[in-house]
Design a protein around this ligand. Structure first.
Ligand code: ATP
Length: 247
């Protein structure tokens, strides 16, 4: 395979007082790929993202970013190295406008924060304008984040991640709680990100997974159980026994 690996985990494990939530996980994701991570509740998907992003420290194995080992680096250093993370629960500044949220996400200089909040930053830089367009939040730039719909709040948070231009984006159940229409729009947004970013997305909604139609990795008991296309995974007896049968 000629494609280059963006990030990988090798025999990765974490031991929570004797319980191995991730237990010898192996995974390689190619540059620009959109990879879906599937697995039953408790399979270890969120913990795997915690390990990759440095939120949780591993007790065995390795995490590699562009062939360089980043195992157990501090979370902010992993973030600076280009791995962005979105959690299940949206994390936006509710009392600020959409515009202010985007500007703060872009802001590496905390000294200008008061200016952003007072609104003296009028012009949106091009890279933010592009993200506003992608997330279809243009008409809501002046809206207080607290009043956005659930879907818009999720897109704002994805957008806040994107303005930092991470190489890798980890998304934990981005469509949780969304309407069918919001889910379709999220699929469109995520599909437009691939190529430019490498994406690992945890998702339970099979209609969503089919619509983004990518390689799936199935996690089971903290390990990589199977990989393949949507059809391969849906027709795998092993996966059905371990996951789909119990879902
Ligand atoms: P879900 O789909 O429910 O989010 P998941 O595949 O993301 O499931 P994890 O959240 O990674 O699964 O959890 C895997 C297992 O590890 C669960 O049994 C969970 O209770 C356990 N676990 C997670 N974090 C800790 C911790 N800090 N201490 C002890 N056990 C933990």
């Amino acid at each position: 395979d000629e494609r280059r690996i963006s990030f990988a985990v090798k025999d990765l494990s974490v031991d929570f007082n004797g319980f191995k939530a991730v237990n010898g996980m192996n995974l390689s994701v190619y540059k620009g790929e959109l990879r879906v991570l599937l697995g039953a509740n408790g399979a270890g998907k969120t913990t795997l993202m915690d390990l990759i992003s440095g939120r949780t420290k591993s007790t065995g194995g390795k995490v590699l970013l562009n062939d360089k080992e980043i195992t157990n680096w501090e979370e902010h250093l992993i973030s600076r190295a280009g791995i962005g993370r979105k959690f299940q629960i949206p994390n936006v500044f509710k009392e600020l406008t959409v515009r202010q949220n985007f500007l703060i996400a872009d802001c590496k200089e905390t000294r200008v924060l008061p200016n952003i909040v007072r609104g003296s930053h009028r012009e949106l830089p091009d890279h933010i304008a592009r993200v506003v367009e992608l997330t279809e939040l243009y008409d809501f730039l002046g809206t207080e984040a607290a009043t956005l719909s659930h879907g818009q709040t999720q897109w704002l948070e994805i957008g806040m991640l994107l303005v930092q231009n991470p190489d890798i984006i980890l998304l934990d159940e981005p469509t949780a709680g969304m309407t069918a229409h919001e889910t379709r729009k999220t699929a469109e947004i995520i599909t437009r990100l691939k190529g430019r970013h490498t994406i690992l997305v945890v998702e339970h909604d099979m209609a969503f997974v089919r619509s983004i139609c990518e390689t799936i990795t199935v996690m089971h008991h903290g390990q990589n159980l199977a990989e393949g296309t949507v059809t391969e995974i849906e027709n795998s007896a092993e996966v059905q026994a371990a996951y789909l049968g119990s879902a």
